[in-house]
Design a protein around this ligand. Structure first.
Ligand code: HEC
Length: 154
């Protein structure tokens, strides 16, 4: 009486173990597959950069704009942050180009050509497309969501 019952019990357990084992193998393969395919599907920052923007970046470095200006808050502090100057509704590309070409009483005219100014503006537009600065400050609720979005106090 005892033996067949025990055999049946053992056999049932082995099938269960196999189902669990192959189930875990299948989940491992699935997760590995998703890690390789889905996680590489992110926005590529280089996608915003045209050839003109790359030339503009070289000029931005050659003329050392960063001595006086910041991108994402990093750089010199004599002039304003330029991260979103081209996308700012009160400023924009023509305003930026005018300042780059002619300077002001506070910013020196650096003697750039019209084409060079266009390239730098293309670079600043590519930078503006990567995000906004100052970064948004969020009021978090205790359960991890946020209640409102405000801009960081400057
Ligand atoms: C010697 C410091 C200095 C250098 C170098 C300099 N700038 Fe400026 N820049 C300033 C100052 C100061 C202002 C603010 C001008 C004003 O309000 O009269 C300014 C303003 C600007 C603005 C307008 C920003 C805004 O939000 O109003 C742009 C665009 C700009 N600069 C681009 C550049 C670029 C591009 C370069 C490099 C080719 C450069 N600047 C080099 C000091 C500098």
């Amino acid at each position: 009486m005892n033996a067949p019952f025990r055999d049946a019990h053992v056999g049932f357990g082995a099938i269960h173990r196999r189902v669990i084992f192959f189930g875990l193998v299948a989940l491992f393969v699935l997760q590995t597959g998703m890690t390789w395919t889905l996680s590489t599907d992110v926005d590529d920052p280089d996608a915003h950069f045209s050839t003109a923007a790359y030339r503009g970046r070289a000029l931005y470095q050659a003329f050392n704009c960063t001595a006086c200006h910041q991108l994402y808050g990093l750089g010199g502090y004599m002039g304003p942050d330029l991260t979103n100057v081209t996308s700012d509704p009160d400023k924009g590309r023509a305003f930026a180009k005018g300042l780059i070409l002619h300077g002001t009483t506070r910013m020196p005219a650096l003697g750039l050509t019209d084409t060079q100014a266009d390239d730098i503006v293309a670079y600043l537009e590519a930078v503006a497309a990567t995000g906004t600065y100052p970064v948004r400050s969020l009021d978090l609720t205790p359960w991890g969501t946020y209640t409102q979005m405000t801009h960081a106090q400057e």
